[in-house]
Design a protein. Structure first.
Length: 692
């Protein structure tokens, strides 16, 4: 019997996962795993924390704590955050576990024995002041490919290029801030170049069924040519390499983090009391392995990891069959950025929306906006529209109407089909919609087309609504009670179908529907479904028995009001801050379009129900304007009155918290989030002066 191994890219344990991370890998992995379990497939879904690397040590140094403190905090935080959205894995583990260390060291030893590691001295940046060699992410400079001035030591976040840290222009140590020097150090280099042809053939063998973005990025990397890559780093935090007299050398995360999928499987097998069972999943051709991730992780899962697995092909290690990587999700038209306070982490979302229905809502909205082929956008207006017009008005409304009608007219008991009842044209249309819809949703999920799958599920709900309206049971209850009973019998069967096809996307609502129907709850959670029992494929069949008592109807979804949207948008207000990071270079002509003027604050007051906003009345020389500025956490209204500030005078007016803002205040923030207004140092400037 075929097995389905599913992994999600390991969240980095240096911060709390946000909705952009969720839609990139963990949510699609959970959706697919739930579907596989409902199909009765032997399924294992795994994830965990990536807990080594420079970002961890930098975070620890900033806080004055050990890396262990940092990873413990964020491992627990992210495990809880994912669970709060009903994203459930068979095991969510971590790469700091001893079993991972042993697994990674075992692979390293195999590479040594096979001559795939070359030991040699090489030049590396060294910080004289801090007296340490600088790992890639401890150094920053100008990208040799695109000229971006904040490129990291191994990769440019602007253009995506990978390179050797010595290729950086104008390098700067992130430890001391000084320019590093170049010193010799010894490392072990992995012979990636030896796998160029093998990897090209592996990639091309999947042409036609891998996503185009995955194929193109992989081909682009291979076109540059694979080269030897250092597999070790000079660090204290990490997995020590199993070589004598190699103190201070650890495995580079490029070569050990992906092995976490294997070590987590080993830990799962040990937890199950079957220590050798991991081999069923990694060393057996009957396993179909799917790796979910975001586009920034593509080459690690289509090139690096497959190469590492191929070094042990004689032991039967399998390769990923598919790597359905997603593009990036933007937020209200801008890139997610925790450092710039332009993000929604999962904990923030759950705190703002604690009701269980909102787990399903955000899962559904993210699915309908999943960046499967190109970058997409999450907006609170879309969140509201999809909740109100789809989840509440179509799915929730149908279920509520049917359940209340049966409660009122049939004493909350499933009515029976009358003797000799034959399906008419309305029933046949619905039956076709249930069967064909179920098949279409399944086919789309198997093809990793999650948006199409969720749309198909909602179309089944539309068909059920149409059937209910066309049959008009509120009329036939008096004129033809038997036909009304048959109608409601069919409607209840449709609810069960909906509870199955929506389970991968909206498990809370699906479980509620099944509970109301008094049937076993089956939403594809780990260990909930029996292997070999295909609940999904039979979900269009009538399985709710006549005479079964139903439970009290529950409203699945309530509408999201305008004030909620305004509240959440206001939390994201950063219009008052001029970001120091320039994503795209502009010309002097571009800059000349921005009209900056000095303004004197005449009045200032807090905006009710807002922690960030102050409402300012300012004199810009020729007129008086109202500007809403997100500075309330840094300045009081009293401090602002009489202050001369700088504003963007030709910015299109915007609505915030129901009020118009006629400009933007300029301010700067440091790395700790402390905000300071941009103000003239000479008080005689007054209002209306041009700033250029």
């Amino acid at each position: 019997m075929k097995r389905y191994l599913i992994t999600s890219a390991l969240p980095y344990a240096s911060g709390v996962t946000h909705l952009g991370n969720v839609v990139g890998s963990t949510l699609p992995a959970d959706i697919y795993a739930r579907y596989c379990r409902l199909r009765g497939r032997d399924t294992l879904a795994l994830c965990g924390s990536d807990e080594h690397g420079v970002a961890i040590t930098i975070a620890a140094e900033k806080e004055g704590v050990t890396p262990r403190v940092v990873i413990n905090r964020y491992h627990e935080a992210n495990a809880c955050a994912l669970k709060s959205l009903d994203i459930e894995f068979d095991l969510y583990d971590r790469t700091s576990n001893p079993i991972h260390t042993a697994t990674a060291q075992e692979f390293f030893t195999v590479w040594l024995d096979k001559g795939l590691l070359v030991e040699r001295e090489a030049d590396q940046f060294y910080d004289n002041e801090s007296q340490l060699f600088l790992p890639d992410r401890y150094v920053e400079g100008v990208c040799p490919n695109c000229g971006y001035d904040k490129a990291r030591g191994d990769q440019c976040d602007n253009c995506g290029a990978y390179y050797d840290q010595l290729d950086l222009k104008n390098p700067r140590s992130l430890v001391s801030g000084k320019a590093p020097v170049v010193r010799k150090t010894k490392h072990w280099y992995f012979r990636l170049d030896a796998f160029q042809q093998w990897c090209e053939e592996y990639i091309e063998s999947h042409a036609g069924h891998w996503k185009d973005n995955v194929l193109q990025q992989s081909r682009s990397w291979l076109k540059q040519g694979l080269a030897e890559r250092s597999a070790t780093r000079d660090m204290k935090w990490g997995i020590p390499i199993p070589v004598e007299h190699a103190e201070g050398k650890v495995l580079y995360v490029w070569f050990e983090a992906v092995l976490g999928y294997i070590s987590i499987t080993k830990q799962w097998a040990m937890n199950e009391g079957k220590p050798e069972d991991w081999k069923r999943w990694w060393c057996d051709s009957n396993t179909e392995y799917t790796a979910f991730l975001g586009k920034d992780n593509i080459v690690f899962h289509t090139i690096i990891f497959p190469i590492l697995l191929s070094t042990r092909s004689a032991e039967g290690y399998i390769l990923p069959k598919n790597v359905p990587a997603n593009e990036f999700l933007n937020l209200e038209g801008k890139k997610f950025s925790k450092s710039r306070d332009w993000a929604i982490d999962v904990n923030q979302y759950v705190e703002a929306f604690p009701e269980p229905q909102h787990k399903d809502i955000v899962r559904y909205v993210l699915t309908m906006n999943m960046p499967e082929t190109r970058d997409s956008d999450f907006t609170w207006k879309d969140y509201q529209a999809r909740t109100n017009n789809e989840l509440a008005a179509i799915l929730g409304n149908y279920v509520n109407r049917v359940m209340l009608f049966v409660q009122k007219n049939f004493n909350s008991v499933v009515p029976a089909l009358p003797d000799g009842f034959e399906y008419g044209p309305h029933e046949q249309v619905l039956l076709d919609a249930l069967r064909d819809g179920n098949n279409a949703v399944g086919m789309n999920l198997d093809a990793y087309r999650f948006r199409d799958a969720a749309t198909g599920a909602m179309n089944i709900a539309r068909a059920a609504n149409k059937y209910f309206n066309d049959k008009a049971p509120w009329k036939t209850i008096a004129s033809d009670p038997q036909d009304c009973a048959a109608t409601m019998f069919v409607c209840l069967q449709a609810i069960r179908t909906l509870s199955i096809v929506f389970a991968p996307f909206c498990p809370v609502a699906s479980a509620t529907m099944q509970s109301m129907l008094s049937v076993d709850v089956s939403v594809g959670a780990p260990k909930q479904n029996s292997i070999g029992v295909d609940v999904w494929s039979h979900s269009h069949e009538f399985q709710v028995a006549a005479g079964v008592p139903l439970t009290t109807p529950t409203i699945l979804f309530t509408k999201v009001e305008n004030n909620v949207v305004e509240r959440e948008v206001e939390k994201l207000v950063v219009d008052t801050v001029v970001d120091a990071v320039v994503d795209d270079m502009i010309t002097i002509d571009d800059f000349s379009k921005i009209k900056l003027r000095t303004a004197v604050v005449v009045e200032a007051e807090r905006v009710p129900k807002s922690e960030k906003l102050l409402k300012l009345q300012v004199d810009v020389g020729t007129e008086r304007r109202q500007i809403l500025a997100g500075i309330a956490k840094h300045y009081t209204p009293e401090e602002m009155i009489g202050k001369t500030i700088v504003v963007v005078a030709n910015l299109k007016p915007a609505k915030l918290m129901g009020m118009e803002s006629q400009g933007m205040v300029l301010a700067a923030t440091n790395s700790d989030g402390v905000l300071t207004l941009v103000v003239p140092t000479d008080s005689v400037v007054g209002s209306g002066a041009e700033v250029r």
